[in-house]
Design a protein around this ligand. Sequence first.
Ligand code: COA
Length: 230
Amino acid sequence: MDMEIEAYLRPPEAEMAPYPAKVITLATGKKLVVRQVDRDAVPTLLEAVMPTLQVERDFYDIVGARLYSELLGWYRYRVRDEFCLIGQIDGFLVGIVNSRMFSPDLGISLHTLAIERGMRIGAHLFAAKMEHHIEYLGQEEVLITAESPIGFRRWMIEYNLEKREGQHELGGATPFALTRDLYFRNKERLVAGERPVPPELMGIAEREIVVANEDDILEKILGARRREVQ
Ligand SMILES: CC(C)(COP(=O)(O)OP(=O)(O)OC[C@H]1O[C@@H](n2cnc3c(N)ncnc32)[C@H](O)[C@@H]1OP(=O)(O)O)[C@@H](O)C(=O)NCCC(=O)NCCS
């Protein structure tokens, strides 16, 4: 009986093209591997998201809590057509982005979370998820919202997104659209990376998603500010 009910509880699943991994050389010279992960990575990702729930600064708490629930929802088959990309440096998890397909043409951008800061890792991961929506999933448009001023500057302003009527899936906030046209106009300036990822780098990334311990994650997010407060 429960199995029959489960079939109703699970949203239908669409076929989704895979995102080919890439490597971005950051301004510091470090190599950021950006790749798609499957559901089985979720418990590891949740370990990294958990500490952010206690950080009010820059709205990490609300973004962390929502991302936690979206990833868990995907893991437990309760979210429709979600995908997740991660950023790793030397195997370490430094950022997560997730999104979902509303329909074949329309993407809904969910969250962007940077654990390592000051290197535009969040900006690069957001660009990668837009690349996936438009170039690999072949969508016409992505609806985006922001929960923090840094997010607003990074997405709405840097991409000159188009304000739309209606409500975004995240809290009913004002939706902004990245159209195909806008994506390709911004691509050269904002979408970085090379393919294929050299096998050695890919091997390190795939061997293990290394999650820093809670203290290190808080230190990375809060940086000098945390030391001042203590
Ligand atoms: C929004 C976000 C993904 C952007 O990530 P990013 O592109 O890697 O950018 P950072 O957060 O490192 O830096 C943003 C700015 O804050 C500054 N900054 C703030 N706190 C910092 C810290 N502890 N260490 C380093 N830089 C910091 C940076 O100098 C940078 O300035 P710039 O815009 O002039 O480059 C990231 O800030 C984040 O995860 N925020 C919390 C969740 C969130 O708001 N997500 C987006 C929801 S719409």
